[in-house]
Write a protein that binds this ligand. Sequence first.
Ligand SMILES: [Zn+2]
Length: 112
Amino acid sequence: MPNKLPSPQTVVRELAEAEKSLDPFYLAQRWGVVVVLESWHPATWGEYDRRNVQIYLNKQAPVSLQKILAHELGHFWIHQQGFQLSRKEEETWVEAFADELDQSKTLCITKA
Ligand SMILES: [Zn+2]
């Protein structure tokens, strides 16, 4: 177990500094995460396959693929850093991460 889990705001700020982009598709590529677009009955919008380091996005989901990918990347980041949270804690953190990523995108654009 690593140190204390940083806030999603902190992680996103550091990402913006390091990567100069907060585009989820760009980040996935940088992190070596394979993104697969598929269509399935929309019980879920996205899936993170931890073993194969792949993220599946459901093209039939009623929200943007960017947003779903941002959420699943949050799961990737948590697991990558070795944090072990309860399901509920992890979902809460990941949702906040996805929101933050979305809201902070313009920071990078104006800085570039
Ligand atoms: Zn989730």
